[in-house]
Ligand binder design. Structure first.
Ligand code: EPU
Length: 339
């Protein structure tokens, strides 16, 4: 049985802390409930699947029926001498699942510690941090087709995972609810500590021996020091994607701004930290009433309490405009804007 609550505040269900309402909301705790959901032809307003609500900016009330994924469970489904395949319910809190893999000695997700959100949302965004993304370990996704009313299995390749991108953000936007994800993890971890100051943090922590726990703790400490805690200050992590440009364009920019930071992504492409571009335009730490740009990470827009989605959106437009005027680069939003 699915229970439906009417006219519900979304405030507790989005990390940006937007006080918008949903006309109807249901909690899905078991796969069996999905067959009860009406199809598009029966429910005109459509369905909006919400995980941890950590990547949404609500600028208006929500007309759709909001379905919150709370399908739990984690289990080992197979193993061989090198790998273990672990399945997690889409409603598991991502960080709790990462801690479970770290404690079990399974390598591959430790660099992705403390990312907000739920397991079911991780493939949608191909979440990534500190030189890892779930594309590296994702084996299979099970998802409910809200249109055809049946389950479908997606392999890693089927998901078309790209930089903060997947088939679930494009061709299949709004069509599926991810009910579980299987990860292929290593029994003998391969540590990746070159990116983003992990090695330095391990030194500060005085840890001599590498372990999954040490890397997870280091990443957790770095994230806590740079990124605002959504429980304290509303935010949705990076608001924009880091732009990727050709080597020709990069060469022209570098001659004008020799200090420009970059990562080479291969195939002659360069990724530029959007945070640097935004900071150069003077936005870092900007505050207008109860919204602003985080003082320690310019890529994160924040709601200090009581801010509304429309003003955050307008601020993001101004940032896009000034970065485009100064650098000729058009920033793309990473956060999904509703309304
Ligand atoms: N920088 C600035 N100003 C700032 C912050 C950063 O100039 O205010 C420059 C510095 O040169 C720094 C570089 O940007 O070296 C990179 O900064 P950082 O390591 O903080 O990473 P990022 O590229 O800004 C990305 C992800 C984050 C992820 C970090 C760490 C995107 C859109 N964001 O940010 O992901 O945690 O790398 O790997 O790719 C998220 O997606 O919500 C998220 C937080």
């Amino acid at each position: 049985m699915i229970e439906i609550e009417k006219n519900i505040s979304l405030l507790p269900y989005n990390t940006f802390g937007m006080a918008r309402n949903a006309s109807a909301m249901s909690l899905i705790t078991h796969e069996d409930q999905l067959a009860e959901l009406p199809g598009h032809e029966e429910y005109q307003q459509g369905i909006l699947v919400l995980g941890g609500g950590s990547n949404f900016l609500f600028t208006t009330d929500v007309r759709e029926w909001v379905i919150r994924n709370n399908i739990k469970g984690k289990r080992i489904i197979d193993e061989d001498k090198d790998f273990v395949w672990v399945e997690a319910g889409g409603g598991e809190v991502w960080h709790n699942f990462v801690l479970y893999t770290v404690q079990s000695g399974f390598g591959g997700l430790e660099n992705l510690s403390l990312i907000p959100g739920k397991v079911g949302a991780a493939p949608v965004q191909n979440i990534g941090a500190y030189g890892a993304e779930i594309k590296d370990t994702l084996f299979r996704v099970k998802a409910w087709d809200l249109q055809q009313k049946c389950f479908r299995i997606f392999s890693n390749i089927d998901c078309r995972l790209g930089y903060r991108d997947s088939i679930f953000k494009n061709q299949y936007k709004g069509r599926f609810m991810i009910t579980s994800v299987i990860f292929q993890l290593r029994k003998k971890p391969v540590f990746n500590i070159e990116y983003g100051g992990i090695r330095k943090e391990l030194e500060v922590m005085g840890l001599k021996e590498l372990s999954l726990k040490a890397v997870s703790d280091a990443v957790t400490r770095i994230r806590r020091s740079k990124l605002p805690d959504p429980a304290v200050v509303g935010n949705a992590g990076s608001f924009f994607k880091n732009p990727v440009i050709s080597s020709d364009r990069f060469g022209r920019l570098e001659s004008r701004f020799p200090e420009i930071p970059f990562y080479e992504t291969g195939a002659g492409q360069y990724k530029i930290p959007a945070a640097w571009l935004i900071e150069q335009c003077g936005w870092k730490g900007f505050r207008d009433g109860n919204i602003g740009v985080h003082p320690r990470q310019a890529l994160v827009l924040v709601n200090y309490g009581g801010g509304n989605g429309k003003s955050i959106y307008d601020l993001s437009q101004k940032i896009i405009l000034s970065v485009s005027e100064k650098f000729g680069i058009l920033l793309e939003r990473e956060v999904q804007v509703y309304g």
